[in-house]
Design a protein around this ligand. Structure first.
Ligand code: FAD
Length: 454
């Protein structure tokens, strides 16, 4: 019997682990372990946690529709797996790799456990378009790429030459088995989470969720792809794909997306480049030993958290910042450019350490991803591999005028400003918490010093 542990791969199509189970021709036990550490700080109640549970509920429903078993367990992964190995005749454990420091530590414990019980453990890379380990070998470099553009050139050639066909095994073909009843009892999720999952399952539409998802992707590719290079930065428009939360939860495979994209005519490159940024950040998370510890690498003691709360509540008096934060707080979403602008404003103009904003986005973004979020915050605060230069401080007023010229976005989120003219609406209010010009100059000086402290 094989134990398959679902993680950021919440789907039943195009998964290397399913191919491996089919090849092994044996039964499999499929579980998803809700890890209290990862759900801590009531994240389950905020947008990002709710979004994650929604993907879990959808996955459960997909399993049950096919008459297959997916067991949702709650507990520390090594403890849960230990019990599973003791109660079931498991010969191999499969999962898809994750590279955060916590995930590496967790998986090391699983490896030790598997070794001690003489169980084989196999992990597959499936999160990226290019196999990043292979990519490092193939590029012939001893040092990782630190800059996106050369990475992208090599990545593009790699994808052209080496892209492998999707995994073809389906859940229907596999024989999934029941969990021992006492284990189900011992690792039951808390009542509140169970209830949330049940409500979510009940409110899911009866139709094929995966079909709906593919339709959304097709719609973006056929209707919006060609205008993407212009519309993706227009805050008032829905110019982007909105697939990030599916990609991050793994409900849609990046390989499936690429295959669909390559079947299109027109400007496929601009959007593909965004998918390359995603691979680049995951690459950094794996190969830059500081990726998850830049807060310890640079001395940020000069910075202050004084204005953090005002920023988070969207009360700074700079309209585009406040509108973006309101959108985030109310919906769990913010367009990419506004993520950059609000992050730069917090770290540079308000001089706040980036981890405060990073943590806030962690709770609020419905598409929260630990690697991409950190990558975005490192970029915006000029720390990290290929970051924005420290002397670049985007002017929120100019960014508002350029990408929302008629103020549609501002009026949507700041109705109290709706009466202002298209010229006035973008300007910082007289009571704004910071002067844009002097805070910019101070940020350049401060970050110049911070970057020298490495
Ligand atoms: P599209 O524009 O349609 O792009 C398609 C896909 O390409 C995205 O789904 C994403 O996977 C990838 N992509 C696009 N832009 C970027 C980018 N700048 N960096 C890396 N990958 C990108 N993205 C997350 O998914 N989760 C996060 O937690 C997250 N936090 C961020 C925090 C900050 C401060 C910043 C500046 C960016 C962050 N991003 C994050 C990246 C980006 O904002 C989102 O991926 C994008 O807005 C998602 O919208 P979309 O799916 O419509 O993207």
């Amino acid at each position: 019997m094989i134990l398959f542990i679902h993680r950021k791969d919440l789907r039943i199509h195009n998964l290397p682990a399913l191919d491996a189970i089919r090849s092994a021709q044996c039964s499999s036990l499929h579980v998803l372990i809700l890890d209290p550490f990862l759900l801590r700080n009531e994240r389950n109640l905020e947008h990002s946690g709710v979004n994650f549970l929604q993907h879990v509920a959808r996955l459960q429903k997909q399993y049950s529709r096919l008459g297959k078993q997916l067991h949702i367990m709650y507990g520390e992964p090594a403890v849960v797996v230990n019990q599973l190995l003791l109660k079931h005749p498991i010969q191999e454990i499969l999962y898809h790799a994750d590279y955060t420091p916590y995930a590496l530590k967790r998986d090391l414990e699983l490896q030790k456990l598997a070794d001690s019980l003489k169980v084989k453990l196999t992990s597959y890379d499936e999160a990226t378009l290019a196999d990043l380990q292979d990519f490092v070998d193939w590029s012939g470099r001893t040092e990782p790429y630190k800059v996106f553009t050369p990475f992208y050139r090599r990545w593009r050639t790699y994808i052209n030459e080496r892209f492998r066909p999707s995994y073809s095994a389906t859940l229907e073909e596999l024989e999934t088995v029941e969990l021992a009843p006492d284990l189900l009892e011992s690792f039951l999720p808390p009542e509140e989470i169970n209830k949330q999952l049940e409500d979510m399952r009940n409110s899911l539409e009866a139709d094929d969720e995966y079909g709906v998802l593919m339709h959304t992707l097709d719609h973006f590719l056929s209707e919006r792809l060609n205008g993407y290079s212009i519309s993706h930065d227009q805050y008032a428009k829905e110019g982007t794909s909105r697939i990030s939360h599916h990609l991050n939860a793994g409900s849609l495979s990046v390989r499936t997306i690429y295959e669909q994209l390559m079947s299109m005519d027109g400007d496929t490159e601009t959007w593909l480049r965004q998918l390359a940024w995603r691979d680049f950040y995951i690459y950094q998370a794996r190969l830059d030993p500081n990726f998850f510890r830049y807060e310890n690498v640079f001395d940020q003691s000069e910075l202050s958290t004084e204005h953090f709360q005002v920023w988070a509540e969207g009360c700074t008096g700079v309209p585009i910042i406040d509108a973006a934060m309101r959108q985030l707080n109310q919906t769990g979403w913010m367009p990419n450019r506004l993520r950059m602008i609000t992050a730069m404003f917090l770290t540079k103009n308000l001089g706040c350490p980036f981890i405060y904003g990073e943590r806030y986005f962690r709770l609020k973004l419905s598409d929260y991803d630990n690697v991409l979020n950190r990558g975005g915050w490192l970029w915006s605060s000029s720390l990290g591999f290929d970051a924005s230069p420290y002397f670049r401080v985007m002017n929120p007023v100019t960014q508002s005028q350029t990408h929302d010229p008629d103020g549609t976005y501002l009026r949507r989120w700041m109705p109290e400003l709706a009466h202002l003219s298209n010229k006035e609406i973008h300007l910082a209010r007289p009571e704004a918490i910071v002067d844009l010009k002097s805070s910019r100059a101070l940020a350049i000086e401060t970050y110049g010093r911070i970057l020298k402290t490495k």
